[in-house]
Design a protein around this ligand. Structure first.
Ligand code: HEM
Length: 432
């Protein structure tokens, strides 16, 4: 018996009755996502590059990335605000695009559940790419939002999940755009946006059925106009912007960041600015940071041990730098005071051109107990082992007795409660 190459579509009574669905609405939402998703992908890739993952396995949360790390480069210290802006844009834009993503999925739902699910080998391929697109999109947004809300309920480490998910999703987006862009532009040009924005609910009519499977075969009475639907999506994005962006912009707007997981009142006084990991969370004991604390500096086979008073005797410098967290929130510039990393390198024989340095904390708990800093970061005169901030001694939560502060580095790379600096090394116990 000969099997037909293309199974006929089954004319079932479609449950999808909204008169708003159609190629125009879907295309308008698609174009908004087309503007935002490449920015999300790029800022995400830069977020990963900012760890200098190729410098040390300690810096790399996705060591098996292979060729996907082709783009990595030495993360710069200029401009000092780049990472702050990059991460703020990544997280805020991601959250602001959620209503658009959900509206786009709503607009194409009839296609996702069209029967039969596969009509031909070519149609099967298209369905598979849609699965990667929709599945990848939901996965990326979901893991991102759970991460910034500190809900680490995803199966495994966030980093590889979100990193590989990003490549799958962006690959599917690229294929989708390559196939659909001409039709999308035709659909958008097919209706006058301003006329649509002047069309009330009562005058709203279904789009002509172009057999795309989006237009309802038995449309119900409109309960809303397309203008209303787009307005609702826009309002949702503006509202999410309003309760998110303040955590990145800072200042008085910090109060508006209702979704900020670390709270909106970081306290007052010189140390009154947001904290990611507290001393308690890092299981810092009083004995770890009392007068017996010593900073060990190693390099070229030499080792120097310095007490806090001895560190205070060394030339002190100031840097005005923000803390920019990987989760997207950041502080305003804080006035840091301390010893230049380059000056500490001199103590172990690196008079000129200090090398990379491996930084180890005395913390017992939490991630990022150590990090490798590249030579360009060590050599930057604003890179400090900070002992004071805003004119006062560092608080325990901000890394007393000493913490790293480097321009344009992700917050987690600015190690707190520093115990050892190994110049010329990038791994624990490495040659220095
Ligand atoms: C609401 C949406 C999103 C949020 C809240 C979000 C959040 C985040 C956060 C917090 C990080 C930094 C993780 C860290 O270093 O600790 C990150 C990294 C990243 N994001 Fe997103 N993201 C979102 C959507 C996306 C999308 C749609 C893409 C891809 C198109 C993407 C691609 C990436 C990449 C490639 C990284 C680097 C991963 C790594 O460091 O290993 N993100 N994202």
């Amino acid at each position: 018996m000969k099997i037909p190459a293309r199974l006929p579509s089954v004319p079932l009574r479609s449950p999808w009755r909204s008169p708003l669905r159609g190629p125009w609405l879907t295309s308008v939402l698609g174009l908004v996502l087309l503007c935002g998703i490449p920015v999300l992908f790029l800022t995400g890739l830069l977020s990963y590059a900012a760890y200098n993952p190729n410098l040390s396995p300690v810096n790399d949360q996705t060591p098996d990335k292979g060729l996907l790390g082709f783009y990595l480069f030495s993360w710069p210290t200029h401009p000092y605000w780049l990472y702050r802006v990059n991460q703020g844009v990544h997280v805020t834009l991601g959250i602001v695009l959620v209503p658009v993503l959900l509206a786009k999925l709503w607009s194409v739902v009839p296609k996702l559940f069209a029967l039969p699910p596969v009509r031909s080998p070519g149609h099967a391929l298209e369905r598979l790419s849609l699965l990667l697109l929709v599945g990848g999109g939901i996965f990326e947004f979901l893991t991102g939002i759970l991460n910034v809300q500190l809900d680490y309920i995803f199966p495994g480490s966030f980093y590889p999940l979100h990193f590989y998910g990003a490549w799958v999703f962006f690959g599917a987006v690229t294929a989708h755009v390559a196939i659909r862009l001409p039709r999308t532009l035709r659909a958008v040009r097919g209706r006058d946006l301003w006329a649509e924005l002047r069309t009330s609910r009562t005058r709203t009519r279904p789009e002509p059925d172009d057999r795309s499977g989006l237009v309802s075969s038995r449309p119900a009475e409109p309960t809303m106009s397309r203008r209303g639907a787009l307005g609702m999506v826009g309002l949702g994005s503006v509202a999410l912007f309003g309760v998110t962006a303040g955590q990145s912009i800072g200042g008085p707007l910090r109060e508006t960041a209702l979704l900020a997981p670390h709270g909106r009142q970081p306290g007052s006084g010189p140390n009154g600015f947001p904290v990611n990991k507290t001393a308690a969370y890092a299981r810092i004991r009083a004995t770890d940071v009392d007068d017996s604390w010593r900073l060990v500096v190693r390099g070229r086979g030499e080792e120097v041990s310095l007490s806090l008073p001895q560190l205070r005797q060394l030339p002190q410098h100031r840097s005005a730098l923000p803390i920019a967290c990987v989760e997207g929130w950041s502080t305003e510039n804080q006035q840091w005071e301390g010893v230049r990393l380059a000056d500490l390198a001199k103590l172990v024989g690196y008079a000129a051109d200090p090398p990379d340095v491996f930084v180890e904390s005395v913390q017992r708990g939490g991630a990022f107990r150590a990090a490798a800093m590249r030579d360009n970061q060590v050599r930057d005169g604003r890179s400090l082992l900070a002992l004071r901030v805003n004119g006062a001694v560092l608080s325990h939560d901000h890394g007393y007795p000493a913490r790293i502060i480097v321009p344009n580095a992700p917050g987690v790379m600015n190690t707190k409660w520093v115990g050892r600096l190994s110049f010329g090394a990038t791994v624990p116990g490495g040659q220095s």
